[in-house]
Design a protein around this ligand. Structure first.
Ligand code: CTP
Length: 431
């Protein structure tokens, strides 16, 4: 339908980006690659036939009228339209982006690009890697023709992630993270010259500059956050972090950040914990891993303080606060836990602490204190006292300060095993 509508208007329509790449990968090794397209990018090229930057929006509107049930979003500045079907009987969940072919020029490095209508070749040239700069023509003549101006097919065959030009990472530093993502995800290599461009961009301080000077920093940081999220959510996150560290790219988050053995140990512990315990599932897995990473950054102050880095990444306020108060919380809880011998004493120290903060603190503790936190979280925090308020009332006690104290004693006695698990023993204790 979209191709037909484009054709009627004298425009060309192309399938571009990840969909083309994945279809070709699927054709190369059909046994290994299952191609499920849930995210499709189309580009309209009709500059010479007077398509305006609004052509993508026009086609999306035609599609929306033809196929009911889609939500249409228009991204103003970029003049792209997104159609989203959710649980649709025909499309299931599908995201369709339609853009007008564009060149982007970056007003200054790491800015968001500005857009003007142009031809498909230029549109592809502005993209991140050769494997993502392929297009298939959907309109006639030459319908189905593959456009490969930059050697993307060969790079897919030899397993290379390769940029199209030397400035790619300076213009868009989030591509450093994308390069690693594609390399690790497909088992590809970052092509040697591309690696040199990455190292050069990092050494030239592209992230530091963009953090402090760039008025569009929030947009860049938001994109960096979504790349980090993508990486840390994937099963290959350990390999991706190693690769980022090898390239020195963790410095993009903070100049001191390195994947030390200690940080590695903490990440593994957090990952295992989050996967193992069901009642921790409400925590966002990727964000907890990111918090572990950021907790290794020195508290510091100013632009590079731990809280400032979290804030720049637009992490939620609770995360920023947690990271800012981690040191103080760590000292307080460690001090308390060192003195706590019995389970009830451990519970007294840890009760009321929020789970995410407690997990972060525990990662930095020695084995014996960490065991106490673990036991608290997995067992002791869930122990029900052998007698509750109702039981005490039935035994003839009236609510009041003494009543409260008795309840606390029963709770402590239950936790410490003083009643040997027997209600009768607890009643005998009360009476
Ligand atoms: N793109 C880019 N530079 C970026 C982000 C995206 O050039 N910083 C281009 C790439 O050509 C990419 C397309 O925009 O193919 C769509 O981006 P995205 O949906 O993030 O990537 P996909 O290639 O579709 O990959 P995935 O399968 O991971 O969604």
């Amino acid at each position: 339908t979209a191709a037909q509508a484009a054709q009627e208007r004298g425009w060309q329509l192309y399938l571009v980006g990840g969909a083309v790449r994945d279809v070709l990968r699927g054709m190369q090794s059909p046994q290994e690659t299952e191609v499920v397209l849930t995210d499709i990018d189309l580009v309209v090229d009709g500059f010479h036939q007077s398509a305006t930057v609004g052509a993508g929006v026009e086609l999306a509107t035609v599609l929306q009228e033809r196929f009911a049930g889609a939500r249409l979003d228009v991204h103003g500045a970029f003049q792209t339209a997104a159609l989203l079907w959710h649980n649709d009987p025909v499309f299931d969940s599908l995201w369709l982006d339609i853009a007008t072919a564009r060149t982007e020029f970056y007003p200054y490095p790491a800015a968001n690009p500005e857009v003007e209508a142009s031809s498909i070749r230029q549109d592809l040239y502005r993209r991140d890697f050769t494997i993502n700069a392929l297009a298939i023509r959907l309109t006639t003549p030459r319908q189905g023709k593959l456009l490969d101006f930059f050697g993307g097919v060969l790079d897919l065959q030899r397993g290379w992630v390769r940029v199209l030009h030397a400035n790619s990472f300076i213009e868009d530093p989030t591509r450093i993270f994308r390069a690693v993502r594609f390399a690790v995800r497909f088992g590809f290599e970052i092509e040697p010259e591309t690696e040199r461009f990455i190292r050069h961009a990092i050494a030239s301080g592209v992230y530091e500059r963009s953090r402090s000077l760039n008025p569009r920093t929030p947009a860049l940081q938001a994109r960096l956050k979504s790349e980090l999220k993508y990486l840390l959510q994937a099963s290959y996150w350990p390999r991706a972090l190693r690769e980022l560290d090898r390239l020195g790219a963790l410095q993009c988050l903070h100049p001191q950040l390195r994947l030390t053995r200690e940080l590695w140990r903490r990440l593994q512990l957090m990952d295992r914990g989050l996967r193992r315990f069901e009642n921790w599932h409400h925590l966002s897995h990727w964000r907890m891993l990111l918090e572990v990473l950021l907790s290794q950054v020195e508290m510091g102050d100013g632009e590079f303080s731990r809280a400032a880095v979290a804030q720049q990444l637009q992490l939620p306020e609770e995360t920023v606060q947690r990271l800012a108060t981690l040191g103080e919380r760590c000292e307080r809880l460690q001090g308390g836990l060192k003195l706590a011998r019995r389970p009830s004493e451990v519970v007294q120290v840890l009760e009321g602490e929020e789970l995410a903060g407690l997990l972060l603190v525990a990662l930095g503790m020695g084995r014996s204190l960490r065991r106490k936190v673990w036991q608290y979280l997995t067992e002791w925090a869930h122990v029900k006292p052998l007698l509750n308020g109702e039981d005490l009332k039935q035994l003839g006690y009236k609510p009041g300060p003494q009543f409260k104290e008795m309840l606390a004693d029963i709770q402590a006695g239950t936790l410490d095993g003083d009643f040997g698990g027997s209600r009768e023993a607890a009643i005998a204790f009360v009476c």
